[in-house]
Unconditional design. Structure first.
Length: 516
């Protein structure tokens, strides 16, 4: 693959690359008009930062700066994952210095170009020279703006992002019931009115970035256990939906059935929340008498801990409990202990396991797994194979303990893998999936070709045979669920924001205890 094709794949396609080039050109032309060195210096720094941020967003999310990027932009999350991205940080710093230099010297470059053109008689006319120069600048910037405003262009994404943030300022005024009414969800059952009777035990395994391409023939040597479960158990393709394409967003959607739009507050909104009018499967589990445990490497990352508390999940096990041993292997080992304890005490239980070792960009190598998994081409493939082993070993444990007859297991990715998608060339259309030992008839899926992340919560309750009165957003939607979400981002933001009862505070969005 040549260098150009690599960058095209890395940053999401030719149109996105074109937008980056047009943005650079626009800033260059504008800075070339600034005669004052001080003003041009400030503009050069700001413009370079904007381009660096856009490139960062493309690298991680395959789109320009949007709500997903904003959710991740806080000190705690950045510092928590900074050790994974040293080389990227160095490269971005080089880009930053290069762009600052380019824009600062644009004035001299533009005038040198003008002087060269003035050698030709057509341009060497003082009457027309400045008119032609200014007209050219206007045409260049205007043309760039027009293209960048096309669908999924940098300006189009910026406007969508602005509307999401703006809608949160109106959410409290609209009110929870009003927003539901506008969405035609008048008979929605709020959390305090949930009724439920227990069914089977539940185990939910959320696999970090473990999209369906990993289960293809191309990666058959990496995922023998999940591929076997795909054939043996019930398998359904799941489509990613907007507002659920990051770890905490995926979790919020699984719990509530709503995309995770919170406007300007992001997940920091949960820091002051003490109750949610939005009903969740956590409310159902509590009303049905389940003991619910959530296992994750770091619950403080991305506001997960606060979110879980809001939705009635209080038994959280992470590195604060496990100490240094809080990798995926340790989570599965601890889950076995929790299950045995619940069985011994005759507790109906729900176990969540949220993995992290296959995190972008290269996975997080766990040397201990070399005792169980053979060497692979790189660390990411090794950790994909390692997590596949851990899932297979865990299911084997459940089988040996004779728990599968009264325990429903749900296995699904939290979101698509971030970054360069070329890894999945030849694996078919990218997407998510749900693997479960629940029979198809228990899952009660009416249209298997139209399943999204917003459907997971309902499927989880159905498959476990839990009698309940919870209603999910998906119960009210037309066939085109994705289009409905895109058209109603403002109202969905209002539901999410105004559905949370908070301790009132004058604090702005916390930059240290942020989001994912």
């Amino acid at each position: 693959m040549d260098t150009l094709n690599y960058f095209i794949l890395l940053f999401g396609g030719e149109f996105l690359i074109l937008n980056v080039l047009l943005l650079i050109l626009s800033f260059f032309v504008i800075s070339s008009m600034l005669k004052n060195n001080y003003i041009r210096s400030i503009f050069s720094v700001l413009a370079a930062i904007i381009i660096d941020l856009q490139i960062t967003s493309l690298y991680y999310t395959q789109s320009f700066i949007n709500y997903q990027f904003y959710i991740h932009s806080n000190a705690r999350d950045i510092l928590g994952m900074i050790d994974l991205y040293y080389s990227e940080i160095v490269l971005l710093f080089i880009f930053l210095v290069s762009f600052i230099s380019l824009f600062y010297f644009s004035y001299k470059l533009a005038h040198a170009t003008t002087a060269f053109l003035c050698r030709f008689s057509f341009f060497n006319n003082n009457r027309y020279k400045q008119i032609i120069l200014n007209s050219t600048r206007i045409l260049i910037v205007g043309g760039c703006i027009m293209v960048m405003n096309f669908d999924k262009g940098v300006i189009d994404e910026a406007l969508d992002f602005y509307y999401i943030l703006q809608s949160s300022t109106n959410s409290n005024r609209k009110g929870f019931d009003s927003a539901l009414s506008q969405l035609k969800m008048e008979d929605y059952v709020s959390s305090e009115n949930i009724e439920a009777t227990k069914g089977k035990n539940i185990i939910i395994i959320s696999l970090e970035s473990f999209e369906q391409g990993y289960l293809s023939e191309k990666f058959a040597d990496l995922t023998p256990n999940l591929r076997a479960l795909k054939e043996k158990w019930t398998y359904n393709a799941i489509l990613p939906n907007e507002g659920s394409s990051w770890t905490s967003g995926s979790l919020y959607t699984c719990l509530t059935g709503f995309p995770a739009f919170f406007g300007v507050d992001g997940n920091a909104i949960f820091q002051t929340a003490h109750h949610s009018e939005i009903s969740s499967i956590g409310d159902v589990f509590e009303k049905a008498g389940y003991k619910t445990t959530f296992l994750i490497e770091n619950a403080r990352f991305s506001g997960t801990q606060e979110m879980l508390h809001t939705f009635k999940i209080d038994n959280i096990i992470d590195k604060e409990t496990l100490g240094a041993k809080s990798r995926d292997k340790d989570l599965f080992d601890r889950a076995k202990l929790e299950i045995r304890s619940n069985v011994a005490n005759k507790n109906p239980f729900v176990i969540f396991i949220s993995t992290v070792d296959t995190h972008f960009p290269d996975g997080i190598l766990d040397e201990r797994m070399k005792a169980y998994v053979s060497p692979k081409k790189n660390d990411l493939e090794f950790m994909v194979s390692a997590v596949d082993y851990l899932v297979g070993d865990f299911v084997h444990f459940l089988d040996n303990e004779k728990l599968l007859s009264n325990t429903v297991v749900y296995i699904f990715p939290d979101h698509l893998k971030m970054g360069d998608p070329s890894l999945f060339d030849g694996t078919g259309k990218r997407g998510l999936y749900l693997i479960s030992n629940a029979p198809e008839e228990d899952l009660s899926i009416k249209d298997r070709s139209n399943l999204y992340q917003i459907d997971l919560g309902k499927i989880i309750l159905k498959g476990a045979l839990i009698q309940n009165n919870q209603k999910f957003m998906t119960d009210y939607l037309p066939k085109n669920k994705s289009q409905f979400i895109q058209k109603n981002v403002n109202l969905l933001t209002s539901v999410n924001s105004s559905g949370l009862l908070r301790f009132y505070s004058n604090k702005k969005r916390d930059t240290e205890d942020g989001n994912d």
